[in-house]
Design a protein around this ligand. Structure first.
Ligand SMILES: Nc1nc2c(ncn2[C@@H]2O[C@H](COP(=O)(O)OP(=O)(O)O)[C@@H](O)[C@H]2O)c(=O)[nH]1
Ligand SMILES: [Mg+2]
Length: 393
């Protein structure tokens, strides 16, 4: 009747909970909730427990109360007024897998959409240690001092277990974090990359409705996360270290091709000469690439956060790019393509979740996996059989 549930970083023995509680509720369960289910503190393990005993409405109401959820209108109004607390709560709802949260978040998002879309969205990528956080802090402070409202979001697939590395970065972005015009939000810590990234995109929209006119999306990784970020920003900035080869930096050609600008960081001290050399090399290799669809030829420049050089120039570059792509129609075109991308992403994710979450499918997959590995089953036939069963029944 009772199962032991242990959270990932729970050092204790975990918690004994009724077997029938759905997984997403378990993460929320506390003693009061148990009392509600079993009917009072005296409900002993194994007693008075039945699936019928659970009133889903009571559970939802309880969760609503416990998390102090408000009506969608209240969130929307708050966000529109720039209320950071309500904005943060709405983002947490977006990131939650609880159906009641998802529904509320969906309504909030829908209400905010008409007010979204007006910011400049910039993706910032590069290997760990290249200087992303330092750069964001430096440019961010300049922007906020000039009256901009800046939101910094992060997608970091490597930090999904540790729960968002930008938390540590917040200390690196001390000055920015202290500014009332800046909003810094770590990456959501659960789910697949596709899921995490789509939450980040929705977060952009909420931030825009809250009046943030510049959005930075920081990402670290090689490949997948860049594609996701590229699909939600207007300008994609690639930070590179001088002196380290492309292979060392783990940069695939595709990522360089996505970049609207390459910025060689830490161009100071002993590194100055190497930085200049890197600029020449990247310029030469960019010439070998086809002209990008935007018509914009990416520039290669250097910067030093330490000596405060070249940082503000990046912003000038971004503004030039926005003006250029707005005048040639590419800006709108890209945003439309991005909307289509996320439409399909969401469909794909939904299908996957439904398929892999299906009990029958789960059982069959676990049976078949071994058979396929032991060559007892043909992998294609095994997969087709499972799919046919799922779709045709
Ligand atoms: N010399 C020099 N060091 C820098 C510069 N920018 C960042 N760093 C250092 O590089 C290290 C990594 O920077 P960080 O911003 O955390 O990189 P991230 O991992 O890409 O976010 C830190 O120790 C910074 O102090 C710079 O312009 N010049
Ligand atoms: Mg960082």
């Amino acid at each position: 009747m009772w199962n032991r549930h242990k959270k990932e970083n729970d050092k204790g023995k975990g918690r004994l909970l009724p077997f029938f509680l759905p997984e997403e509720i378990i993460t929320f369960v506390t003693e009061p909730y148990l009392n509600l289910v079993v009917g009072g503190k005296k409900g002993k393990p194994g007693e008075r427990l039945s699936v019928e005993g659970i009133n889903p409405e009571a559970v939802e109401n309880f969760i609503r109360k416990k998390k102090k959820l408000y009506s969608p209108e209240k969130y929307i109004r708050g966000i529109r007024n720039g209320d950071i607390t309500l904005l943060s709560q709405a983002i947490t709802l977006l990131e939650s897998s609880l159906p009641v949260h998802q529904e509320l978040a969906g309504n909030i998002l829908a209400g905010c959409l008409p007010y979204a879309g007006k910011s400049i969205r910039v993706g910032i990528t590069g290997v760990p240690g290249v200087g992303k956080s330092s750069f964001i802090e430096s440019l961010g402070v300049q922007l906020t001092e000039n009256g901009k409202k800046l939101a910094v979001l992060a997608i970091d697939p490597s930090s999904q277990k540790s729960g968002g590395s930008i938390l540590g970065d917040k200390t690196r972005m001390e000055r920015l974090a202290a500014s009332t015009s800046a909003f810094i939000r770590p990456s959501p810590s659960a789910g697949t990359l596709g899921g995490v990234a789509s939450k980040t995109r929705e977060t952009i929209l909420l931030c825009e409705a809250a009046g943030f006119d510049v959005i930075f999306v920081e990402t670290v990784g090689v490949g997948q996360s860049e594609i996701a970020v590229h699909s939600m920003v207007d300008f994609f900035l690639l930070l590179m270290l001088a002196g380290a080869g492309d292979e060392i930096q783990g940069m695939k050609r595709g990522i360089i091709e996505m970049a609207d600008m390459i910025l060689i960081t830490k161009a100071d001290g002993d590194n100055l000469e190497a930085a200049g050399k890197a600029v020449r090399e990247y310029k030469a290799s960019l010439h070998l690439f086809p002209v990008p669809a935007s018509g914009w030829l990416p520039r290669v420049k250097t910067c030093s956060v330490l000596e405060n050089r070249g940082v503000g120039e990046v912003w000038e570059e971004i503004l030039d790019y926005i003006a250029f792509t707005k005048s040639n129609g590419y800006f709108e075109k890209k945003r439309k393509q991005q909307a289509r991308y996320w439409f399909y992403e969401t469909l794909n994710n939904g299908l996957k979740q439904h398929f892999y979450g299906d009990e029958k499918v789960k059982k069959k997959i676990s049976e078949m996996e071994n058979a396929v590995m032991e060559k007892e089953e043909d992998p294609y036939k095994a997969a087709r059989d499972i799919l046919t069963d799922y779709f045709v029944g």
